[in-house]
Ligand binder design. Structure first.
Ligand SMILES: CC(C)(COP(=O)(O)OP(=O)(O)OC[C@H]1O[C@@H](n2cnc3c(N)ncnc32)[C@H](O)[C@@H]1OP(=O)(O)O)[C@@H](O)C(=O)NCCC(=O)NCCS
Length: 199
């Protein structure tokens, strides 16, 4: 999958360190030296006010024709039982006061349970600036935990055959390639791998 136009997020940072807290889902990132501060990530459920941001992230992550339209994304999120989790980054510029915290969504995962047994990962998107920090791994782990609690025992997804970061990530999370789907991304004449694992 190819990245498209550069909508820069408002928060610029150079990740230096990551620290896991007790709940295993929150991380500290050191900012670049010109603006020393700390940012914390946490995983939370999607809220309606997040929609525009999620759509923008999807536009950044996928090429036109592959990125979802607002109507498509909205349809996926609004589906009954949809699991939508965001990785939100909060910077506390007020020096420890929670009242001064600013939250920015850096990525999200969207999944659908099907007949309470199977689940499908609809999309997993991480802002380019926030990659290789374990965010996708944290989101996928949280999503799988939620799917398990809903009774799902198998999870499937599709990813472009040339999406090496995605394929490596999913393999690391225990997914196996099940089959190749010709022209899955028809607008790009691009095949996909269907991958899956038992939960
Ligand atoms: C694929 C994507 C979700 C990975 O997100 P991420 O937060 O950077 O992933 P993580 O930091 O959790 O990476 C976990 C592992 O995945 C693999 N991985 C992730 N990005 C990689 C890359 N660019 N090259 C090679 N391996 C990569 C590595 O094994 C990595 O472990 P390591 O950092 O210890 O080597 C992200 O690059 C993205 O949003 N891409 C665009 C959208 C997309 O392709 N979505 C998934 C397919 S539908």
């Amino acid at each position: 999958m190819v990245r498209i136009r550069a909508l820069r997020p408002n928060i610029e940072f150079v990740p230096r360190t990551i620290t896991a807290y007790d709940d295993g889902r929150t991380y500290l990132l050191a900012l670049n030296v010109s603006k020393p501060a700390e940012l914390a990530f946490h995983i939370r459920d999607y809220r309606a006010a997040d929609f525009e941001r999620l759509w923008q992230i999807d536009q950044l992550c996928f090429a036109p024709g592959i990125a979802y339209t607002q109507m498509e994304l909205s349809g996926f999120i609004m589906k009954r039982n949809a699991v939508a989790l965001v990785a939100a980054l909060s910077s506390d510029e007020a020096g420890g006061s929670s009242a001064g915290a600013v939250e920015r969504i850096a990525g999200y995962v969207l999944a659908h349970p099907i007949r309470r047994k199977y689940a499908r990962i609809i999309t997993l998107d991480i802002l380019p600036e926030a990659r290789r920090l374990g965010l996708a791994t944290s989101l996928m782990n949280a999503c799988e935990e939620r799917l398990r609690s809903l009774g799902c025992t198998e999870v499937y997804l599709e990813t472009a055959v040339n999406n090496e970061p995605g394929i490596r990530l999913y393999r690391k999370l225990g997914y196996e390639i099940l089959r190749r789907i010709p022209e899955y991304y028809s607008s790009h004449s691009l095949d996909a791998y269907q991958m899956g694992k038992y939960l």
